[in-house]
Each structure stands twice: as structure tokens, then as C-alpha cells.
Design a protein around this ligand. Sequence first.
Ligand code: PLP
Length: 369
Amino acid sequence: MRAHPGLRPTWAEVDLRALRRNLRAFRARMGAGVKTLFVVKADAYGHGAAACAGAAQASGLCDWLGVSSVDEGAALREKGVRLPILVLGSLYPFESFAVAARYGMTATVASLSAARSLAKVARRRGRRISCHLKIETGMGRIGMRPPAAAQAAEHLERACPGALGGLYTHLSCSEESPSYTRRQLAEFSRAVSAVSARACRPLLRHAAASSAALRYPESRWDMARPGLAVYGLYPGFEPVLTLKTRVVFMKTVPKGTAVGYGASYRTKRRSRLATLPVGYADGFLRALSNKGGVLVRGRHCPVVGKISMDMATVDVTRVLGARVGDEAVLFGRQGAQEISIPSAAALAGAIAYEIPCGLTARVPRIYLS
Ligand SMILES: Cc1ncc(COP(=O)(O)O)c(C=O)c1O
């Protein structure tokens, strides 16, 4: 069986078995009583939202899914995903509350005016709309400070009883600053007290993405919201995505041969060069030009010259027997070697999230399950 559906031999393998193992390992680290909301926004960070959400649902290891917009959530519902879905973005236009309700999603209410609009839309449409309040504790993005959150809760309880199901915040410095994180958590505690006093039932309280959940047990509250860890992009978890291509052209060139746009590289000796059908239009970051590498026959081969839109050149001089058709791993493992996404991102001056999110639609995703 061919490893890719198209004729262009560049593809991403997404190992749903590894994803399930990561979910299981993450849950085990959280302990009993902490639910898991798996973040599948941005097409599951480029891994493919329908497949990843479907695998998470089938595993029974996931309680909620998180998406960034009503559109993303609706697409999952249309693919048969039944798990509770929280829309993490601030909903606007406010009419999208009605669409969220129609698809059985939980909306984020990030302002008092959003709370009023949600109540209005619910009344007008005669629908029950569920929501979580977003608390601003230091991210400086969307959300309400505790006093406004208390007002929003009061309004929702009066105008739309039963709609309010939870409240949450997002931590901005869990990797960088324990003191900042603790201040955010303290502010969230204040919001929890203020909002809970206005609600007549227990609310789902959550604050932590992968890093905070793993580093600060006190940030877990009732639910953690991992993305990075489940995709295996956080230390201690198994990589899920491997980006592969094949050598399509080879040549031997003399010392001093210029390679690629701008002739930014010249061979230092007689060299064997291989051309790969992958470029920045696939998501192979141009910033890896003359810096990154790929694995061919289990050996690390440096990228030489600028990565262009659809092609990249690597030096395979030291790879015995390299030839056209050989598989090349851009990100992932081959034999005993690995080019991890976080390490490649660091080399490119990027963050790990950017690499899978940047893989474009022309790269087929092959699911291993
Ligand atoms: C609100 C929210 N929660 C959770 C996450 C998941 O973060 P991570 O992938 O670092 O686990 C994100 C990701 O950006 C987010 O925006």
C-alpha cells in the first residue's frame, strides 16, 4: 500500500495511537477528579481536527474538546463528534451564540455586553445556550476582571437561568514565571469566589493548558486544557506527527557550486546533493535554510541554500547509497535519529506550535491508527 494518496511524495503521518497514549499519560499525571479538555483548534494544530477529535472521543479519555470558533466546532459536529465542545474564542458577531446553541456547543462569554447579548439571543430564539465566563487575570487578551465577571454571572442567572456552566482563565507565563503564574491563579480564585456566590450550582473551573497543568498542580481546578502535550510537543510525551518526503533528484557537483536563490550556499568540496519536493508553501520553514536538516537512511543531512516555495536541497554526501526515491524525514524519527519539532522550531526562531499549524492543505495527512 502506498504511504500517500497523491503523486507528490510529501506527506504528514499522524499517529493516532501515540495521541491516545499521550491522552492517557496526561490524564494519569492529572489524577482523579480532573477532567480533560483536549484543544483541537486550528485543525488540531495542523494534525487534522476531525481525525484527532474522533480518536479522542473513541478513546474515552477526553471529557471536552476546545475549538477557537463556532465554525470549527460546527465542522466537528458535522463529522459526528458528540463530546462537549467549548468555543475558546470570544464570540462575535453575537448572533453566533444562536449557531453555537444549534450545534450544542458551549460559548465563551468574555464581557458583560456578551452576557447581555447571549441572554437576548436565548430569549429571542427560545433556546438554552450554555456558556463559560472568561476571566482576565493577566493575559491581557479577552476576559473580565472578577467584579465584571460577578455582574455577568448575576445577569445570566437572572435572564438566562442554567446557561452558566463554568468559568476559566488562561495563564500567560507558566513556562517563564512562577510568581506571575501564582498571581494569575490568585486572581482567578477571587473570580471563582465572586462568580460562585451568584450561581446556584457547582461550576466547572479551569485555568491550565499543558505546561501549567503539568508544572502547577494547584492550577488544575476541575479540568485541564492540554493541546501541546497530547500532540507530543511537550517534553515527556510522544511525538504524533512526522513530516516526510522523498528524494526526487540527485546530482554530484564540484566544490564551489552555488545552491538556491541568492546563491547563499556554495559547496565546500565535491558533493552529492539531493532535491526534495517540499518547500515553505508546505510549511517547511524558510528560516531553516542553511540551518536545518533532514534524515535520509538514518543520517542527518544539512539543508543547503534557501528553502524555496516547493523545493529544498540537502547535502547527502555522507549517506552511503543515497538515491532517488529515498524517504526523507523533515520532522520526526527515522531509525535511531530524530529531528523533533520543538528543536527545529528553536533553530528557526519559532515556537513548536508554528510548525504543525503551518503545514498547508497540500500536504496530505495520513492517519496511523
Ligand atoms: C485558552 C487555551 N487553553 C488551552 C490551550 C492549549 O495550550 P497548550 O497547547 O499549550 O497545551 C490554548 C492554546 O493556545 C488556549 O488558547
